[in-house]
Design a protein around this ligand. Structure first.
Ligand code: FES
Length: 107
């Protein structure tokens, strides 16, 4: 199974196994990563699953859709590597993916 690493703003690292076909957001919730909230449950309407994709993974995760871009416009502290984790599907190619979570987001 591919592994995904989440790094919280305080440096806490969570490296977890992800099911193929699930999203980076679903993987975080399943593994109790506390800084992914996902209020809308993956509908791309809340931006509480905001992550910063590690630079080395930007090409593989691809570009956000138009809807995701619109939602990100309303998020805080958006950066060029910002993504909504509910819109990133786990594939074999993403084995080793590293994302960071914003300081304002948490449960
Ligand atoms: S879970 Fe709501 S936008 Fe991703």
């Amino acid at each position: 199974m591919p592994k995904v690493t989440y790094i919280e703003h305080d440096g806490t690292v969570h490296t977890v196994e992800a099911e193929l076909g699930s999203t980076v957001m679903e993987t975080a919730l399943r593994n109790d990563v506390p800084s992914i909230v996902a209020e809308c449950g993956g509908g791309c309407t809340c931006a509480t699953c905001h992550v910063y994709v590690d630079e080395a993974w930007l090409e593989k995760t691809g570009a956000p859709s138009e809807q995701e871009e619109t939602e990100l416009d309303a998020a805080f502290d958006v950066r060029p590597n910002s993504r909504l984790s509910c819109q990133i599907k786990v594939t074999e190619d993403l084995d080793g993916l590293v994302v960071r979570t914003p300081s304002y987001q948490g449960r």
